[in-house]
Ligand binder design. Structure first.
Ligand code: SF4
Length: 127
């Protein structure tokens, strides 16, 4: 969670609960997270360049170690659909605000993971 979003939530306890993991209604929670981002103002910043570089290096190292597996087409489409509907996805830049990865590229890497666990087939986010 970025500072601007955290500060918007700190000003309103009810809104904070609606946008938190404590809210069992996932669709409502995500909608409130989008609303909080709008209230907070400009799009949240990406991780620092150093953090993004470390994340990219780690992802590529894992991918090479695993033999460069390419994600099957159906799974790529599933991941893209989850990212597109994710409140962390910057639709304008087509990037994930959490890791900074590009939405068009990341789903191709067979070893890539969502930093929020939303690609996990057992995650409530994917149901
Ligand atoms: S990688 Fe995960 S957190 Fe990032 S946009 Fe996709 S679903 Fe959201």
């Amino acid at each position: 969670m970025t500072d601007d979003v955290a500060s918007a939530l700190a000003r309103n306890a009810r809104l904070a609960w609606l946008a938190s993991d404590a809210n069992p209604d996932v669709a409502q929670r995500d909608a409130y997270r989008v609303l909080v981002r709008r209230i907070a103002g400009p799009a949240a910043a990406y991780p620092s360049i150093a953090t993004q570089a470390r994340g990219l290096a780690g992802s590529l190292a894992s991918w090479f170690r695993a033999g460069c597996p390419i994600t099957p087409s159906a799974e790529r489409a599933r991941r893209r659909a989850i990212c597109t509907g994710c409140p962390e996805f910057d639709a304008q830049a087509r990037r994930c605000r959490v890791c900074g990865c590009f939405g068009a590229a990341k789903p191709w890497l067979g070893t890539a993971t969502c930093p929020r666990g939303r690609w996990d087939p057992t995650s409530e986010e994917t149901s």
